[in-house]
Design a protein around this ligand. Structure first.
Ligand code: ADP
Ligand code: MG
Length: 623
């Protein structure tokens, strides 16, 4: 038998490695924009066509590259940003791995033009499939202009994996915003298919927030600013009344890098305490700056997670800083604020950074594992359990516990209407049916007591209605369209850029569901009609809530776009607990529920009713 192991050719090895860095057009956008930021640009223009599938171009006025550097920059592990392992603990740049350009060149056709300000001629370079096609001197403006064309042209399987243009464009906008938000002193623009989507003049952070998240936050932002020797926390939080139903406008940056952190999010939410409703999410754009030595920057390049050397301190600081800000602006005058007292006593804060501490950092797990080459992407902190606990806060509450039943039956079942009438149950096909003379009782403006031959049902009005609407809209999407009710006074809604991209994507399906909405240019839409159940005058709010809900869902890849939409519309339009229902309304609702194909649960599996059988009741009474 001959030997069988061989080394992969460079371009294939690069392609495989690229999979880690460049998953979709938005990943390339992030890398290229970050390179421009690292190059000290004051103006960064992003141009995309076909949501980046066709072209992603980033033009900057940064420091440019020499002829040799231009060629070198496409080599794997080629970087100007670190030169030894200690540098990893002082990182001030966005990039440092030297993988981005190599990855991009492995999976696309790249054209680079670059010139240093003090050189007369620049360099033009063409590279595809990791092979340099051309390199020659050329005239170009100072800075770097890089085009990435036909992403995944040589990896068809990955190209096919890309989502619709609208979906990919939304990812691009997200990444664009994350970089643009962190550097308000830099001008940014984004042009998609020839249309300028963002034009962000350099300015203050506050101006940048308003440019990106919309002027509805004007005079609704509270400044956060706490500086200590250990870390600085600054930025803005929205006043409590701006809290939204989904966690859209929430941004954390650590040393200017966008991160996602359920743990720190909890710190902010906690600081808002009782000021926002439980199901609402306060807006925040917060920057945490600290010594890079206090960070594990050694996470996967595309993951937005981060590990602090001491997470608890950061948590306490963020919470205190936000509380302080809210208190100072007398939004919560009664809050007792104790930043200095509590935190200053923590060891890591009171102790200056000593030789000893440096020693402990360099001997830490983090430091060691980084030097073990193959683990570079896989470092688990020593103690993740805490983080996991915090994450539990974000698990949706699953299933009502059966023990809840006892309180309900014990206290509320006082009307004595347990007649065995008005209800027929076919033995072979247990389809629920309500007879015409059944009297229904509403409890707590939430439950409908529905007698059955063998007990009674406690129908949850909101969850039941959600099931009814879900089935109705599912049918509409697959056949008979919902009738729309023409608005007498069409209202307009102004959306943020990313919401308007989403809206355009959803318009055709919304139409099927009875929403007649037309784009009016400039991120504005006109609502010409809505499903019959929506009250005139409420359209705007209904649609805004719908978008919020859809976004909440949008990471859930289990469902198709239409399925998500149907679920959102059903959820959003369902009558809510707390609404008084007439006898007629209750009867219609219960009948419609019984007519459903799956009457007993909501689309996401919560029960729509609880059943109390006579024998169970008798046992409860000790019979
Ligand atoms: P990294 O950013 O991790 O160093 P990249 O592959 O993104 O790795 O880039 C490699 C190198 O190319 C960078 O270290 C930098 O020196 C140079 N470079 C990339 N983009 C630019 C740019 N827009 N302007 C100037 N230099 C750049
Ligand atoms: Mg880079």
């Amino acid at each position: 038998m001959p030997d069988i192991i061989q080394l992969l050719p460079d371009n294939i090895a690069n392609q495989i490695a690229a999979g880690e860095v460049i998953q979709r057009p938005a990943s390339a956008v992030k890398e290229l924009m970050e390179n421009a930021v690292d190059a000290g640009a004051t103006e960064i223009k992003l141009v995309v066509t076909d949501a980046g599938k066709n072209l992603i171009q980033v033009i900057d006025n940064g420091k440019g590259m020499s002829e040799t550097d231009a060629r070198m920059s496409f080599e794997r592990h080629a970087t100007s940003k670190i030169s030894n392992i200690e540098d990893l603990f002082k990182i001030k740049t966005m990039g440092f791995r030297g993988e981005a350009l190599a990855s991009i060149a492995a999976v696309a056709q790249v054209e680079l033009k670059t010139r240093k300000a003090d050189e007369e001629l620049g360099t033009c370079l063409e590279i595809e499939n990791s092979v340099v096609k051309k390199q020659e001197p050329c005239g170009t403006s100072p800075g770097t202009n890089i085009c990435m064309k036909n992403l995944f042209f040589n990896v068809p399987a990955r190209r096919n994996f890309l989502k619709s243009n609208a979906a990919e464009m939304r990812h691009i906008i997200d990444e664009f915003i994350r970089v643009a938000m962190a550097f308000p002193q830099i001008f940014f623009s984004l042009t998609g298919n020839g249309q300028e989507v963002f034009h962000l003049e350099a300015g203050s952070l506050k101006q940048r927030i308003l440019q990106i998240l919309g002027t509805s936050y004007t005079s609704k932002l509270v400044n956060v600013n706490e500086n200590t020797d250990y870390l600085n926390v600054y930025g803005f939080v929205g006043k409590p009344e701006t809290a939204k139903k989904t966690r859209g406008d929430q941004y954390f940056f650590v040393n200017n890098r966008f991160i996602k952190s359920a743990y720190l999010n909890h710190a902010v939410t906690n600081a808002f305490n009782e000021m926002v409703a439980r199901d609402s999410f306060p807006m925040y754009v917060l920057f945490i700056d600290l010594d890079p030595a206090q960070l594990d920057i050694n996470v996967h390049p595309t993951k937005q997670e981060i590990k602090f050397e001491d997470e608890k301190i950061v948590y306490a600081f963020v919470q205190a800083a936000v509380k302080h800000a809210l208190a100072q602006f007398s939004i919560a005058p009664s809050l007792d604020f104790s930043l200095n007292a509590d935190i200053q006593q923590m060891e890591a804060v009171s102790k200056p950074v000593s030789e000893e501490r440096i020693e402990s950092i360099t001997s830490s797990n983090l430091f060691k594992t980084f030097t073990q080459k193959n683990q570079a992407h896989k470092i688990e902190g020593t103690n993740r359990s805490e983080l996991r606990n915090w994450k539990d806060f974000y698990e949706p509450l699953t299933q009502q516990l059966p023990s809840d039943l006892e309180t309900i039956t014990g206290n509320e079942n006082t009307n004595g209407k347990l007649e065995y009438t008005g209800y027929s149950l076919l033995k072979e096909e247990p389809k629920l049916r309500l007879l015409s003379d059944t009297v229904l009782t509403q409890l707590h403006q939430t439950y409908i007591v529905t007698p059955t031959p063998l007990g009674f049902l406690l129908v949850h009005q909101q969850q039941a209605h959600e099931r009814v609407l879900y089935e109705r809209y599912s049918q509409a999407i697959h056949g008979k369209h919902m009738p729309a009710q023409q608005s007498l006074f069409p209202s307009t809604i102004q959306l943020s850029v990313s919401d308007s991209v989403l809206m355009n994507e959803l318009l055709p399906d919304l139409k099927v569901l009875g929403y007649l909405i037309e784009p009016f240019g400039n991120n504005t839409f006109v609502v010409q009609g809505t499903p019959a159940d929506i009250l005139e005058g409420n359209e705007k709010m209904a649609i805004e809530l719908l978008l919020e809900q859809y976004k909440h869902f949008s990471n859930d890849i289990k469902f198709s776009k239409r399925e998500k939409l149907v679920r959102c519309v059903a959820k959003q339009q369902a009558i809510k607990s707390g609404k008084v229902l007439s006898q007629k309304e209750m009867t219609v609702l219960v009948e419609e529920l019984f007519d459903c194909e799956t009457p007993n649960v909501t689309p996401n599996g919560s029960p729509t009713y609880l059943e109390f059988k006579a024998d169970y009741l008798e046992r409860m009474f000790g019979k």
